[in-house]
Design a protein around this ligand. Structure first.
Ligand SMILES: Cc1cc2nc3c(=O)[nH]c(=O)nc-3n(C[C@H](O)[C@H](O)[C@H](O)COP(=O)(O)OP(=O)(O)OC[C@H]3O[C@@H](n4cnc5c(N)ncnc54)[C@H](O)[C@@H]3O)c2cc1C
Length: 573
């Protein structure tokens, strides 16, 4: 068997060098494996709130170690805010269930405005509560307003004695049933109209927990504040900075969604291949059928590509600085591309294992219901593609030199994330030239074809750029943005392949599906009614490029990497 690139809890390989981090991963694996698959699935199916998991986190002080910057850690050497470690932990938690991951995810979001604020009292309180095993929440969304946070209705009104009262209702707030600190977003009701973040607590009698909005183990709260008393000590941030903190917090949280989709898909992959390889139809294992092999190989290659992209994007995320904001492109690309790819992976696997995927004692049945969520949260696909579009011009036409970015796996705090500054100015961010890394791999036929597609796309942007009406019409501009995102995706995948010295057969086969995906975007844009004839000509050229057949290489990937995953992992019953 070649190297197993997927998470394998029973032979776990962490990226972390320090004993404290290893211990977090090992203890978490032991917690779930001891719980066992039967109980894990039963709890999911019965929608049981994960009390034992929270007790475990508290006992081991895991959120405290993962989510407290060193400055507030009181000397605990295991504490730091390390995006690589948090990504790894997200993948691991989601491997066992989205509910567990979601509790971590919304705690991260809840802590965002706290660590971003200048409120030292709140920060020290958060650090203490983390040590005591608390979970946190992020109270941004309201029922009627979705992505439109300008329309936030929650109000914070001064009372006249230097204190305030909060009124309003929040919807879709994870952990809102038990969060010790809910970072709540509202507007000042003092004539200024300023945005504001303040802290509330679920135990206060003016905090009405109305219901769980979703039918799941996780608690996604609808809560209301009725004249909830607030003092200056509870106010985190006011004015433009509060608005920026809302968006910058989502930037941080968003980055964990891709890893979660990966973890869920990995567990499903093990179940699917083990089932199919041991199911005999017409006297032969199902995995002997060529189309089944193709489905598995495609799913595996997509999964590996997701991991390669995410790993590389993490380096840029950790090195982000005021003069290097490339993460602002790589982050939404992760969010929309990796999550959508995970949906495709599950779809491919489910087509193969069919009825088995419905069975209530499989993790796969959890996967089939949960995999569709991540692409829609913290900015839908549309919202993220709209963001990504702002970078097209500079990415293709105004590259800039940057020092080489090495893998960042040390124990630094990613402090810049709490100091991202104004959320505007995206169109000014510049990127290193994407072309050289593609050239380094151009001897691989499918990378070469991908480069051809990129070049045609770039030419289309130069010679037949979207006109004003097309630019203003998301039904046109969104597919163009998605086509752009595949270039960024390919670039970072190759950068990571270079660092990892990935088997060239794997790289070339990854670009087999990348060329097919690029071509299908060509068809999509071709078919849009407002596309003009010149643009259609370019689309036609893109969609007629197909990957190169290489049976030997494909068989190598199947035999060395994909098929050996049969029986490789089964969760302890
Ligand atoms: C399970 C779950 C957990 C959640 N957890 C939290 C949480 O802990 N805290 C919190 O604050 N919120 C949370 N949310 C809210 C979540 O962030 C929103 O659901 C999400 O941002 C999308 O909002 P919406 O579903 O209301 O869609 P809408 O905003 O109503 O969007 C409707 C449509 O309009 C499109 N659209 C909207 N704006 C744009 C735009 N600018 N450009 C292009 N298209 C656009 C969308 O893509 C979508 O297709 C949660 C939601 C769920 C379901």
């Amino acid at each position: 068997m070649g190297e197993n690139f997927l998470v394998q809890p029973k032979k776990y390989k962490t990226l972390m060098a320090d004993a404290g981090s290893r211990s977090i991963m090992d203890k978490t694996i032991a917690f779930f494996e001891n719980m066992g698959k039967t109980r894990l699935i039963e709890d999911f199916n019965r929608r049981v709130w994960y009390r034992e998991f929270l007790d475990f986190l508290k006992k081991e002080q895991i959120f405290s170690k993962l989510l407290t910057p060193k400055q507030y850690a009181g000397g605990d050497p295991d504490c730091r805010w390390d995006s690589a470690r948090n990504s790894e932990y997200s993948e691991l938690l989601a491997f066992y269930g989205f509910g567990y991951w979601y509790c971590f995810q919304v705690t991260i979001l809840g802590l965002g405005p706290i660590w971003m604020s200048d409120n030292e009292v709140a920060k020290k309180k958060a650090a203490r509560l983390l040590k005591e095993g608390a979970i946190f929440a992020y109270g941004l969304s309201e029922k009627e307003h979705g992505a439109d946070i300008y329309s936030t209705e929650t109000k914070l009104a001064p009372v006249g004695d230097g204190t305030y009262v909060a009124n309003g209702e929040k919807y879709y707030i994870g952990n809102g049933n038990e969060a010790a600190m809910v970072s709540t977003f509202g507007k000042m009701d003092d004539g200024s109209g300023d945005y504001v973040f303040f802290v509330t607590n679920f135990e206060h009698k003016q905090y009405e927990l109305k219901k769980n909005v979703v039918n799941h183990q996780e608690y996604v709260a609808n809560f209301a504040l009725h004249d909830y008393p607030i003092t200056d000590e509870d106010i985190l941030i006011r004015g433009q900075k509060a608005w920026d903190a809302a968006l910058n917090t989502v930037n941080i949280g968003k980055f964990n969604i891709g890893p979660a989709s990966i973890g869920l898909a990995e567990h499903c992959f093990y179940e699917a291949i083990t089932h199919a390889a041991n199911r005999v139809l017409y006297g032969k294992p199902v995995t002997d059928m060529p189309h089944v092999q193709k489905g598995f190989a495609d799913a595996w290659l997509r999964l590996i590509a997701m991991k390669l992209y995410q790993r590389r994007a993490t380096d840029y995320f950790r090195l982000a600085a005021a003069d290097d904001r490339r993460y602002l492109l790589y982050n939404p690309t992760s969010k929309m591309k990796v999550t959508l790819q995970s949906e495709q992976v599950i779809a491919l696997l489910w087509n193969i294992i069919a009825a088995k995927g419905f069975e209530k004692d499989t993790y796969f049945s959890i996967g089939t219901s949960d995999i569709w969520g991540p692409s829609k949260l913290e900015g839908t696909v549309h919202v993220n593609v709209q963001l990504i579009r702002k970078f097209i011009e500079n990415y293709f036409f105004h590259p800039k030199e940057y020092p080489e970015v090495e893998p960042v796996l040390d124990d630094r705090d990613d402090n810049y994330l709490f100091n991202q500054g104004p959320a505007r100015g995206l169109g000014k961010v510049q990127f290193h030239d994407y072309a050289p890394i593609f050239r380094e791999f151009e001897t691989l036929p499918n990378v070469e074809r991908f480069i051809e597609q990129v070049n045609i796309f770039k030419k289309m942007l130069m010679k037949a750029a979207p006109d004003k009406a097309q630019g203003a019409d998301p039904s046109f501009s969104l597919p163009v943005g998605e086509m752009f995102s595949i270039v960024v995706y390919g670039q970072l995948i190759l950068e990571q392949c270079k660092l990892d010295e990935t088997d060239s057969a794997v790289v070339n086969q990854i670009f087999d599906f990348m060329v097919r995906d690029f071509a299908s975007f060509g068809l999509e844009i071709y078919d849009i009614h407002v596309t003009n004839d010149v643009q259609r000509e370019y689309c036609k050229r893109i969609m007629l490029i197909k990957p190169e057949r290489n049976d030997e290489e494909y068989q190598k990937v199947w035999k060395e990497h994909v098929y050996p995953l049969n029986g490789e992992y089964e969760m302890t019953q």
